[in-house]
Design a protein around this ligand. Structure first.
Ligand code: NAP
Ligand code: MG
Length: 482
């Protein structure tokens, strides 16, 4: 019998109010059961929000130094558990063990940055408004914050939201994605080990479609930080608008990479493999469209196909594996359908497709060539290891094609021409622009978010990643002093 994962509410571990559970499957073994997680109901969300609302008074009165101490204890616990956590993430999500280790390292780097930047997080001052008026802006926490995270970066994304929320004095109700409840519950345990006062951090597992609405619509929840699909983001925004609940929505993408005639092709292919097939392409900032000028199109494609031939798709815990399975049956079915649709639209399948290995949810690194702007593959997010290659006349046409998207999350260009690079940086309609670096590269000092249908509300990370979680107050004081 497998172990059951419990909710963490008001400092205690409990079953869901209904006692119901759901299966957490290992995607490298179809039909397996790693463990079962609490299938929560509205009553569990109600209990968690009540605990968080009750804890808010005391937590919001703690000093920034005290909150930093808790956050550092949590990060120490995370670092100590990093190998155990990496194995667990690979088991329930399917990404390779190297990718899971990379995710933990990224969460640590970002978390340490947020702790540091909290030390200098203060409002503007207007020291001489009038001869006898001093004025400043001060920050106040919002209250209870709902964190809803996806399964593709199950612990890094929740840390990127939760630590800034807690550091700025808010309390949190966290709902992990249903493909990855284990890492969510594991993180809750680390917060418990860090000695966080009861109710400050709560974790409730269960279907987003069943419990998301009660979290979002509870008037005590003052902000929702969500990462996931554009479709669900739109529903959240509509629900949140009733009570003017603040939203931070990190959504889908269809990220383009442009390769010009003077590019270092080996570097461009390396970046494509990393950003296109890393985490089996289930990466919001993954490269999914490649726009090639005719001079290098065939040379680039041959190098790319050679790298695909050399890939090893299989068990994520085997060190020789370069790509694991996709996260679960709905992911597998959606990606297989997108591949079939691209073929029916006339795109040329140069490599890949569904794997013959049916032990798990395996898709090979897949490359389509000759993709036109009329095809669904050019516009629709696949969220899998599927690249769409198109040949464009020149930089101008590449920019037009790159911007022909409802999405605008990340992007990249490979060129040695500084003018071309700067033109791309100015013109690209995306929250992230990369020159000679893959589209998934990021640093916590800078905002992480998208334009158009890739994001809404302030981005994560950077100073703005803290600002999302505070109210502002302008203070005016009249007096001469002695
Ligand atoms: P999803 O279906 O939107 O789910 C994301 C989260 O929302 C999950 O925790 C899910 O719970 C929950 N949810 C589902 N329906 C809900 C509802 N009605 N109300 C409240 N919560 C609800 O997305 P996904 O398939 O997990 O993730 C893939 C998507 O995330 C892709 O589009 C990808 O581009 C995007 N993404 C974006 C970023 C970014 O930073 N921009 C980063 C990573 C991923 P359940 O799991 O229980 O359904
Ligand atoms: Mg799973």
């Amino acid at each position: 019998m497998s172990e059951s994962l419990l909710n963490f509410i008001n400092g205690t571990w409990r079953e869901s109010a209904s006692g119901e559970t759901f299966t957490n499957e290992d995607p490298s073994r179809r039909g397996s059961e790693l463990n079962r997680a609490a299938a929560s109901t509205e009553a569990d969300i109600e209990a968690a929000v009540t605990a968080a609302a009750t804890a808010f008074m005391e937590w919001s009165s703690t000093t920034i130094g005290e909150r930093q101490t808790f956050a550092l204890r949590f990060l120490d616990a995370l670092e100590s558990a990093s190998e155990e956590l990496s194995v667990l993430v690979s088991k329930e999500n399917g990404k390779t063990i190297a990718e899971s280790r990379g995710e933990v390292a990224s969460a640590l780097l970002e978390g340490q940055h947020h702790v540091r930047q909290m030390a200098v997080f203060s409002g503007e001052t207007a020291p001489r408004v009038d001869s006898d008026v001093t004025a400043w802006e001060q920050f106040h926490p919002l209250g209870v914050v709902g964190v809803i995270s996806p399964w593709n970066y199950p612990m890094n994304v929740m840390c990127r939201k939760t630590l800034p929320a807690l550091l700025t004095g808010n309390t949190v109700v966290f709902k992990p994605a249903s493909f990855t409840p284990w890492s969510g519950v594991f993180m809750a345990d680390l917060f418990a080990k860090a000695g966080l006062p009861k109710g400050v951090f709560n974790c409730v597992t269960g279907r987003g479609s069943a419990i998301g609405n009660c979290l979002i619509q509870d008037p005590r929840v003052r902000a929702i930080s969500f990462t996931g699909s554009t479709e669900v983001g739109r529903q959240i925004l509509a629900m949140a608008s009733t009570d003017f609940t603040r939203t931070q929505l990190e959504l889908g993408g269809k990220n383009a990479m442009i390769v010009l005639a003077d590019a270092d092709l080996d570097a461009a292919v390396d970046a494509t493999i990393k950003a296109g097939f890393g985490c089996a392409g289930q990466w919001c900032t993954s490269t999914s469209r490649v726009l090639l000028v005719p001079e290098i199109a065939e040379a680039y494609t041959e190098k790319l196909l050679a790298r695909c031939e050399a890939s090893v798709v299989g068990d994520p815990l085997d060190a020789s594996t370069t790509m694991g399975p996709v996260a679960g049956p709905s992911q597998f079915n959606g990606i297989a359908a997108a591949i079939a649709k691209a073929e029916s639209e006339g795109a040329w399948l140069r490599y890949g497709g569904v794997s013959n290995n049916s032990d798990g949810y395996y898709i090979l690194p897949t490359v389509f060539d000759g993709v036109t702007r009329a095809m669904g593959l050019f516009h629709e997010e696949v969220f899998g290891p599927v690249l769409a290659l198109s040949t464009v006349a020149d930089l101008d046409e590449a920019m037009t094609w790159a911007n022909d998207s409802d999405y605008g999350l990340s992007s990249a260009i490979f060129t040695r021409d500084m003018d071309a690079a700067l033109h791309y940086v100015r013109e690209i309609e995306a929250g992230m622009a990369h020159v000679n670096i893959h589209s998934g590269f990021k640093t916590p000092e800078l905002p992480f978010g998208g334009w158009k249908e890739s994001g809404f509300g302030p981005p994560e990370n950077g100073r703005v990643g803290l600002e999302f979680f505070v109210e502002r107050k302008a203070v005016y004081i009249k007096g001469q002093g002695q």
